[in-house]
Design a protein around this ligand. Structure first.
Ligand code: HEC
Length: 393
């Protein structure tokens, strides 16, 4: 979660690269010049420009940034040349000079291998139902190598040509989703072209593969919470249907732009509505009555799909979700968790933060009496600036 000072212009540059290529693909598609792959327009080349390496190699990123600026200037000069006849020769020469002298970055840094699906985006909406579907498929097809926690310690792992990677680490967040999709459906190969992971294309439909990606992300978030005590990669709340008293059902994601508090029923304490947030009560299933949980009040908005309960349990890394509170920021990222039975909020509850590593040893700043208010203020002041797959998410 970029806290480096370069983050701003780097985000801009990488966003520009991604946006320009996506637009190009859309134009080619509109002109009927590309084929379809897995239900969306296919990227026609075997390479693409990527920000993945730029995040690591700042020197090359600067060169690329400068080159973009120089090329923009060259373009303007070229336009001038078209209009200004008398100086045309000079201006064209200047354009050529600019293009030649631009500090071009090394091709092998900015060009990465691409697949037809590289630019595809998930159609699932990261719903609880999709995560749950992924959970079932993962247990059936992937667990033997990748292990129950996704860390690559399954019983067949040692027999593979390379060790399966830790899916709970940053890998899934560095890769473009479309590349992960391709790897799951068509397999992974090493540099010499030998298969290192088999493809599951015949056995899995496209939606299945996207559901697996949703599950792996949710599981990865839970595992990072277990290991580091933080959501080291930003994670969104699983989307789910919410029923508010006297209103039609709506999806959780439809509140984007407002803060949300998701409260897993069963905490036993009365919880009042809070004007700073929309409160949604999560029940393990539709049958679970309020009295059963001892909640004095279950509030106006309730979600009761069993898949939602299990998806939130996965991300919050607990099998005792009851009483847990989760706070979602205005941009739709899960930011804080209040553990069951704890009334006060502290800085430690902010699990997705912009100053990434846990400040081991140093005492967290005490929050003023209204701890939740201070937490919200900090959450708002430090939004997630997230670069994913080498592009801005
Ligand atoms: C037979 C063992 C095996 C099975 C079964 C298996 N994988 Fe893998 N998987 C691997 C290995 C080995 C790698 C590492 C390949 C490499 O890096 O060259 C890998 C890599 C991956 C990666 C990382 C790809 C990347 O972009 O680097 C993902 C994601 C993944 N597997 C998902 C899955 C999913 C989802 C399933 C179930 C549908 C699955 N795997 C089943 C062995 C397996």
């Amino acid at each position: 979660m970029g806290s480096v000072p370069e983050a701003d212009w780097l985000n801009l540059l990488i966003g520009l690269l991604q946006g320009a290529q996506l637009q190009l693909l859309r134009v080619l598609d509109a002109l009927g010049l590309v084929v379809q792959a897995h239900g969306q327009p296919a990227w026609p080349w075997d390479h693409r420009l990527s920000g993945e390496n730029l995040l690591i190699d700042l020197g090359q990123a600067r060169r690329l940034g400068l080159t973009v600026v120089v090329l923009a200037v060259a373009f303007v000069v070229l336009l001038l040349a078209l209009l200004w006849r008398r100086r045309r020769l000079w201006l064209v020469a200047l354009t050529t000079l600019l293009v030649v002298l631009a500090p071009w970055p090394e091709a092998n840094v900015v060009l990465v291998p691409a697949y037809p699906t590289s630019f595809q985006q998930s159609p699932t909406g990261f719903t609880a139902a999709s995560i749950d579907r992924g959970r079932v498929l993962y247990a059936a097809q992937c667990v033997a190598c990748h292990g129950t926690d996704g860390k690559g310690q399954g019983p067949l792992a040692a027999a593979q040509p390379v060790w399966p990677p830790n899916l709970a680490g940053p890998l899934l967040w560095r890769r473009a989703d479309g590349d992960v999709l391709w790897h799951v459906l068509n397999g992974v190969r090493d540099r010499r072209g030998a298969v290192t992971m088999p493809g599951f294309g015949p056995a899995l439909r496209d939606e299945d593969a996207w559901a697996l990606i949703d599950f792996m992300k949710a599981q990865g978030a839970g595992e990072s919470l277990r290991a580091a005590g933080l959501w080291t990669q930003p994670i969104a709340p699983p989307d789910m249907a919410v029923q508010c008293k006297g209103k039609p059902r709506r999806m959780l994601s439809s509140w984007r732009g407002q803060r949300l508090r998701i409260v897993a029923a069963g905490g036993g304490q009365p919880l009042l509505e809070d004007p700073r947030m929309v409160t949604v009560f999560l029940k393990p299933n539709a049958q679970a009555g309020d009295a059963q949980f001892g909640d004095a009040q279950t509030g106006d908005c309730v979600a009761d799909a069993p898949t939602a309960w299990s998806a939130f349990s996965l991300i919050a890394a607990t099998d005792r979700l009851a009483g847990t509170q989760l706070i979602v920021d205005r941009d739709g990222w899960l930011r804080a968790r209040g553990e069951p039975g704890k009334n006060e909020w502290s800085d430690d509850d902010l699990l997705c933060r912009t100053d990434a590593p846990a400040r081991a040893g140093s005492k967290p700043l005490p929050l003023p009496p209204d701890g939740l208010g201070a937490l919200i203020a900090r959450m708002d002041a430090e939004p997630v600036r997230f670069v994913k797959g080498g592009f801005v998410h």
